[in-house]
Design a protein around this ligand. Structure first.
Ligand SMILES: [Zn+2]
Length: 272
């Protein structure tokens, strides 16, 4: 299946994308781009404000894939629920908008945020998104806590995302984050995810493997992973955009082409 579009697909097929850190990962992917673009429908680029997203435009145009974006995270001092960071927050949202215009990206994935200060709240997130008024921004579910961060997180539960929806904000459902969340709060994974998806009805997804202890971003076929995607596919919408958010490095930090292509093939078989 070959897709040629600079925007969202018009029909109701499920699509497969690969998330890469834009400037950091493109050089190692470059030699494999032809092979990848035969198999993929889109890239999700992780953006950093300190990097120039114009660097590889021609390359992406030639590849025929469409583009979605992932906004900068706490490493860049972004935290959308913390009012003390609103100057940086707003600057980054605008940066994302410019990049989305540039790539004609229809989605920009954001993390709601960590409760770093007592003032942190979803109200602050609403305030910011209301200021930019841009439907391309979608919010990703997170586990209540993640190993290497000391803070609780907001934007975890079905009720949070129903609240976002009421305000016209769609979501990116992350299966790896949900696996960690169900481990922490002792919920049944497949019941939890199917219920979440049924109620909130996302179209955009992140797929990776983990064992519930940490968001490892293993490939989805990883034997250690406790997420069986063949059980998940039945409750995905027909027009789902499925981004593989997987570790694609080999042992010497090169691009492990076989590993990635096999994961894409596996997912393609599941969705067809
Ligand atoms: Zn994710």
């Amino acid at each position: 299946m070959k897709i040629r579009t600079s925007g969202l697909p018009k029909n109701l097929d499920r699509r497969i994308g690969l998330k890469i850190k834009y400037t950091k990962n493109i050089p190692i992917i470059l030699p494999h781009l032809k092979k990848l673009s035969d198999k993929l429908d889109y890239f999700e680029f992780g953006l950093r404000e300190t990097e120039d997203y114009r660097d590889y435009k021609k390359l992406i145009k030639d590849s025929d894939l469409f583009v979605t974006l992932h906004g900068p995270l706490y490493e860049e001092n972004v935290n959308l629920i913390v009012p003390q960071k609103n100057k940086v927050n707003l600057r980054n949202l605008k940066f994302c908008q410019e990049a989305a215009d540039y790539f004609n990206a229809k989605y920009i994935v954001l993390h709601p945020g960590d409760r770093e200060t007592p003032e942190a709240s979803l109200e602050n997130l609403y305030y910011l998104l209301d200021k930019v008024k841009d439907k391309r921004f979608i919010l990703e579910n997170t586990p209540i806590k993640i190993k290497n961060r000391p803070y609780e997180r907001l934007g975890v539960y079905i009720k949070d995302f129903l609240g976002f929806k009421e305000k016209g904000i769609d979501m990116c459902f992350d299966f790896g984050h949900a696996r960690v969340e169900t481990e922490i709060e002792r919920k049944k994974y497949y019941a939890y995810t199917s219920n979440f998806i049924k109620k909130v009805n996302p179209q955009y997804f992140h797929l990776s493997g983990n064992d519930g202890t940490y968001d490892y971003h293993w490939i989805i076929r990883d034997k250690r992973s406790l997420i069986d995607y063949s059980k998940i596919l039945p409750f995905l919408p027909k027009n789902a955009l499925l981004t593989l958010e997987i570790d694609f490095f080999d042992k010497s930090d090169g691009f492990d082409k076989e590993k990635v292509l096999k994961d894409i093939d596996y997912l393609r078989k599941l969705i067809n």
